[in-house]
Design a protein around this ligand. Structure first.
Ligand code: IMP
Ligand code: MG
Length: 183
């Protein structure tokens, strides 16, 4: 837990709302339809990469109509403050064999690309029927490893963002919108 000196200090770090709740809802409804179209009635396994994508997964799974199972895995990318250290660790793996599944990985944000690059490489070795990636946010200007999502809802500039599942020091995940964070 990080020390918060005052409620005022906590709130003043939420700099500017970049994406509203309404914009998120609209984009998710569209992404749900896109997924339905791709899989055309075939069952899928939606896999949330925790912790950041738990809110997105909860809304996205209710926007798809194809039969869907839900899975969770935890990939932790280590940060020093708001800067990625490049170290990615799988701290919790899926609890099922994915070889018979059309897997859809659900990610909160692609920044350097390291997390998804590692996770996708690892999951491909398990021979899923197919593997696609849906990301809520993409910061292409920050890419270190070449990685492109199959579906990306919003492209954002190089800001550190919080809310709708995304954290800074584990706080702010419960904001219903995406905002720019600033010290
Ligand atoms: P990557 O491995 O650098 O692509 O980073 C992916 C992970 O870093 C995401 O799943 C987030 O958990 C975290 N991350 C990257 N950028 C941000 C941000 O702006 N706000 C909060 N978390 C971020
Ligand atoms: Mg995070």
């Amino acid at each position: 837990m990080r020390e918060i000196s005052s409620m005022n200090d906590f709130e003043s770090r939420i700099k500017k709302v970049l994406i509203t709740k309404e914009q998120i809802n609209e984009a998710i409804a569209k992404a749900g339809k896109e997924i339905d179209k791709i899989y055309d009635g075939r069952p899928i396994l939606l896999v949330a990469i925790l912790k950041g994508s738990f809110v997105f997964l909860a809304d996205l799974c209710r926007a798809v109509s194809v039969p869907c199972e839900i899975g969770f895995m935890c990939a932790k990318s280590y940060y020093e403050g708001t800067v990625s250290t490049g170290v990615v660790k799988i701290t919790m793996d899926l609890d099922c064999d994915i070889s018979g599944y059309h897997v859809v990985l659900v990610e909160d944000i692609i920044d350097t690309g390291r997390t998804l690059n590692d996770v996708v490489r690892m999951l491909r070795l398990r021979n899923p029927l197919s593997l696609r990636v849906v990301t809520l946010l993409d910061k292409p200007s920050r890419r270190i490893v070449d990685f492109k999502a199959d579906i990306s809802l919003f492209t954002i500039p190089d800001y550190f963002v919080i809310g709708y599942g995304l954290d800074c020091g584990e706080y702010y995940r419960n904001l219903p919108y995406i905002a720019e964070y600033g010290e």
